[in-house]
Design a protein around this ligand. Sequence first.
Ligand SMILES: [Mg+2]
Ligand SMILES: [Zn+2]
Length: 187
Amino acid sequence: MMIGSGKRPAAFIDRDGTLIEEVNFLSRVEDLRVFPHTAEALRQLRSNGYLIVVVTNQSGIGRGLYTESDMNSIHAAMQTELGGIIDGFYHCPHLPDAGCECRKPGLGMLRFAERDLEIDLAVSWMIGDKRIDVETGQNANIRSALVLTGYGTLHRDHLAVEPDVIGETLLDAVEKIVSYGSAAAVL
Ligand SMILES: [Mg+2]
Ligand SMILES: [Zn+2]
């Protein structure tokens, strides 16, 4: 058999401003607003074979603004609202200057997910609303998409690296990603 593993492509997706409305240091479930198009975007990724992995920098934890438990409550509420479609949540709790390996554009979170979820990195995508999300994709040598929600319109004009796709929303980006080449076609 030519294919020696059951590895699947992943969509690594930023949380704030990409899946949900940007709220500065979101700490309370009451302030969580999942974009209305998010559920459909994730369904399309799933039906095209992608694992759905949230990768989020949460320096508010390192700053003492909220706890890991507060964040976990928000992630649980997202899962409930989205029918449990998310395969994994990975977060970096550190301060930007901590020098950790997990904070985007570092690759720690992608590496942890790759280890946990049998991901085929080469056919995966990184999707987010900030320049660091696009740079994370570049650092991992995978394709990237910038969404124009959240900080997207602001960051579009300050990119050091061009994303492969720009979408008005996550749904728009996903429609471009799945037509870009199905996961099977690029294997
Ligand atoms: Mg973001
Ligand atoms: Zn970190």
